[in-house]
Design a binder for this molecule. Structure first.
Ligand code: 13P
Length: 255
C-alpha cells in the first residue's frame, strides 16, 4: 500500500487570485513534511497559477468531462487540466452527483478520462443520512465503488498511488458532524474489500481517504484509524493556518 498519507484540500467554489497567498503558505508547510503528500484542488481559474507557484504540493481539478474535447459548453476536459499544470482531479464528489445529476457511470467515465490524460484521480463516494439511518450505508457505498472506479483495463499502466477513493459521508460534509472513528474504520474496510475485488493485486496501490468535517482537532484520530490513507478536506483547507494543523497531524516536520 502507498505508505505516505495523502492530505488533499478541496477549495470547492472558493478562491480568487488573492488566495494564492494561502496556497504559497501551504506549499511552504508541505515542504517541511516530506513524508506527507499534500495537494490542493482550487477552482479551475486558479490551477495554472497555483501549479506554477506551489511546487511542493500537487494541484488538481475538482471535476472534468469524460471527453477530451468537443461541444460541451462550460465543461473542461482532463486533457485541458493536464495542459495547465494539474496533476490530479477529483471526480464524483457528492456535490457534483447531487447538483449536476452525475451517475456512477459518468463518474467512472470521468475517472478513466483522467487516467488517460495522465492525471491521478480521487473518486468520491458516500451515503446520505437517510441511507445511513435506513441501514444501507455499506451497500450504497459498495455499489458506488463497484460502479464508479475506473476499470481494471484502464488502470493497467497507471502507477501505484495515482488512484484514491475518498469516503465522504454526505451528512458529514460542511456540517461539523464528523463520522465516528469506528464507523470510518468499518466503512474503509468495506471499501477496501470492493477495491480488492475490482483490482486484485493492484488494490494495495489505491489509497482510501476520509472526508467530511476534518479539522485540526479530529485529524489525528481519523488519520490514525485503520485503513485511512489520508484526508479530503473542505473548509479547513481554505487557510494555511488550519490546513497546516492537519498536515502536521499526518506527519513529522523536518528542519
Ligand atoms: P468539509 O471538510 O468542509 O466538510 O468538506 C469535505 C469535502 O466535501 C471535501 O471534498
Amino acid at each position: 500500500m502507498s505508505s505516505s498519507p495523502y492530505i488533499v484540500g478541496n477549495w470547492k467554489m472558493n478562491g480568487t487570485r488573492a488566495m494564492l497567498a494561502e496556497a504559497r503558505a501551504i506549499n511552504r508547510v508541505a515542504g517541511r513534511y516530506a513524508g506527507v503528500q499534500v495537494a490542493l484542488a482550487p477552482p479551475f481559474t486558479l490551477i495554472q497559477a497555483m501549479a506554477d507557484e506551489a511546487q511542493a504540493i500537487g494541484v488538481g481539478g475538482q471535476d472534468c468531462h469524460w471527453q477530451a474535447k468537443g461541444a460541451h459548453t462550460g465543461d473542461i476536459s482532463a486533457t485541458m487540466l493536464a495542459d495547465c499544470g494539474a496533476d490530479f482531479v477529483i471526480v464524483g464528489h457528492s456535490e457534483r452527483r447531487k447538483d449536476h445529476g452525475e451517475s456512477d457511470a459518468m463518474v467512472k467515465a470521468k475517472a478513466e478520462a483522467a487516467l488517460a490524460a495522465g492525471l491521478g484521480v480521487i473518486v468520491c463516494v458516500g451515503e446520505t443520512l437517510e441511507e445511513r439511518d435506513a441501514g444501507q450505508a455499506e451497500a450504497i457505498v459498495a455499489g458506488q465503488v463497484d460502479n464508479s472506479l475506473p476499470s481494471l483495463e484502464a488502470i493497467a499502466t497507471v502507477a501505484d498511488g495515482r488512484i484514491s477513493v475518498a469516503y465522504e459521508p454526505v451528512w458529514a460534509i460542511g456540517t461539523g458532524r464528523v463520522a465516528e472513528v469506528a464507523d470510518v474504520i468499518s466503512m474503509h474496510k468495506a471499501i477496501r474489500e470492493r477495491v480488492v475485488a475490482a483490482y486484485g493485486d493492484r488494490a494495495p496501490g489505491v489509497r482510501i481517504l476520509y472526508g467530511g468535517s476534518v479539522n485540526a482537532e479530529n485529524a489525528s484520530s481519523l488519520l490514525a484509524a485503520d485503513g485511512v490513507g489520508g484526508a479530503l478536506v473542505g473548509g479547513a483547507s481554505l487557510t494555511a493556518e488550519s490546513f497546516a494543523a492537519i498536515i502536521a497531524a499526518a506527519g513529522v516536520a523536518e528542519g
